[in-house]
Design a binder for this molecule. Structure first.
Ligand code: NAD
Ligand code: TYD
Length: 410
């Protein structure tokens, strides 16, 4: 039977309304299902609190995998797998973080400009979606961030000595780029975690207590000042626009795949090559050394359990530079004659030290010791991966190296 025109139109409207209602219902059911799963997981964790976790005695697995890993608890207990945008994910710490999230079942999109420090090889064998682009480019950010529930921002210009040669790029990426990412988080109501550094507190006297998160910002170098600018934008976006954002401030990080301009990989690879080890000034500066896996665990924990508007320090083990140099000589077997005290870095910070008890309160505990295994394992990695660093130490790197060290070592 043919319905009159008006009745057909009404029927179409009813169909459409019904379809929309079904779609809405499906969304609500899915949300409820996720909620239930989440509650189950939380209940499971609560029920098992004090009982065995994977890797603990009595879990039936018989090894110590996952034993002291607080984020394992967090991953099981507080959030379902997410889709995350990791910016700067082709760099040293970012690539390790991508690997970590993928292993725990999260979906990861990476946005990386592939500057001299970015390296696709760092993500070899890791299942991720890769976008080459600049965090300061809003269109590139929008393409890479589609559908994500959180952004973790590692992208930055990161080397103090390069910032002394030319600060502009640092401000563009570390401040402006951060602001572009924050705008995206604001528009889409998603979480932004800013990976920052203990260097924003500036240096502190030898007898001073470690900096807590409310210590004043006293950045000394163009690098740390640009990171501080990014941090302040994050906190301003939380206060002004209510963006769900937070900051971690990590100590000097060490481990595999660090670009060989930084102290440890530079000295380790120079030692293997029989080249000079250029110690700035008296070498009595002090840094806290944090294993990259421990740093990533801290960032993940803050991402999943941290509170918006908060800063979380991620500290390491404090050592004097010359002690570290002596350990590198021991571990590589290089001659002490390679050590050269050279002209100091302008504005060189003497000592960093942070108090990580706020993050420990969320359950963070570092698993790696710098002296017992951490540094040794790192030296071994560079010994066994010459194919990773030898190609880097040519071309543009050589030009940078000569500019930075030739006069100092002459
Ligand atoms: P890295 O220099 O190894 O990597 C930086 C990455 O960011 C590279 O892949 C690079 O290509 C990318 N990048 C740079 N500018 C970009 C831009 N405009 N858009 C998109 N991508 C861009 O750095 P890292 O040592 O892995 O440090 C990562 C983060 O952790 C940085 O924000 C740094 O400030 C912070 N941090 C580092 C340490 C440390 O000791 N390395 C300690 C504390 C905090
Ligand atoms: P670096 O890795 O540049 O990190 P930071 O951002 O903490 O300065 O340097 C770590 C320490 O090592 C710092 O005190 C400077 C010192 N250093 C040298 O003595 N010689 C070098 O060639 C470099 C790169 C660093």
């Amino acid at each position: 039977m043919r319905l009159p025109g008006q009745a057909v139109a009404v029927e179409k409207r009813v169909d459409r309304a019904q379809r929309q209602a079904f779609e809405r219902l499906a969304e609500i059911e899915l949300a409820a299902h996720r909620q239930e799963l989440l509650l189950d997981r939380l209940a499971g964790v609560d029920a098992r609190r004090g009982g065995p976790f994977p890797g603990e005695e009595g879990d039936g697995r018989g090894d110590d995998a996952g034993r002291d890993d607080p984020t394992l608890h967090a991953r099981e207990g507080t959030l379902l797998p997410m889709r995350v945008l990791v910016t700067g994910g082709a760099g040293f710490i970012g690539s390790q973080f991508v690997r970590r999230l993928v292993e725990s079942g999260d979906q990861v999109a990476v946005l990386d400009k592939l500057t001299y420090a970015g390296n696709r090889a760092n993500l070899e064998g890791v299942d991720h979606e890769f976008h080459q682009g600049d965090i300061a480019d809003a269109d590139a950010v929008a393409r890479a961030a589609e559908g994500v529930e959180a952004i973790v921002n590692f992208a930055a210009e990161t080397h103090v000595d390069r910032s002394i040669m030319g600060p502009a790029e640092f401000i563009l990426t570390d401040v402006l780029g951060t602001q572009v990412l924050l705008d995206y988080a604001r528009q889409h109501g998603i979480r932004h975690l800013q990976v920052s550094t203990d260097e924003v507190y500036g240096d502190i006297p030898l007898d001073a207590e470690p900096c807590t998160e409310d210590a004043p910002i006293r950045a000394s170098s163009p690098y740390s000042a640009s990171k501080a600018g990014g941090d302040l934008q994050v906190l301003a976006y939380v206060r002004t626009y209510g963006v769900d954002a937070l900051v971690t401030r990590g100590a000097n990080t060490y481990g595999a795949r660090q670009y060989p301009e930084k102290f440890l990989p530079l000295f380790i690879t120079n030692a293997f090559e029989g080249q000079h080890l250029p110690v700035y000034g008296d070498g009595k500066q002090r840094r806290e050394w944090l294993h990259v896996a421990d740093h990533c665990a801290g960032i993940e924990l803050a991402l999943r359990r941290g509170e918006a508007g908060n800063v979380y320090n991620v500290g390491g083990q404090e050592r004097e530079n010359m002690d570290v140099v002596r350990r590198i000589l021991d571990l590589t077997g290089a001659s002490p004659d390679l050590v050269r005290h050279v002209a100091d870095r302008p504005g060189h910070d003497r000592r960093y030290s942070v108090d990580s008890s706020k993050l420990s309160g969320l359950g963070w505990q570092p698993k790696h010791s710098f002296d017992s295994g951490g540094l040794e394992e790192t030296v071994d990695w560079y010994r066994e991966h010459r194919d990773w660093w030898e190609p880097i130490k040519s071309g543009d790197y050589k030009r940078y190296y000569d500019e930075q060290y030739a006069a100092r070592l002459a």
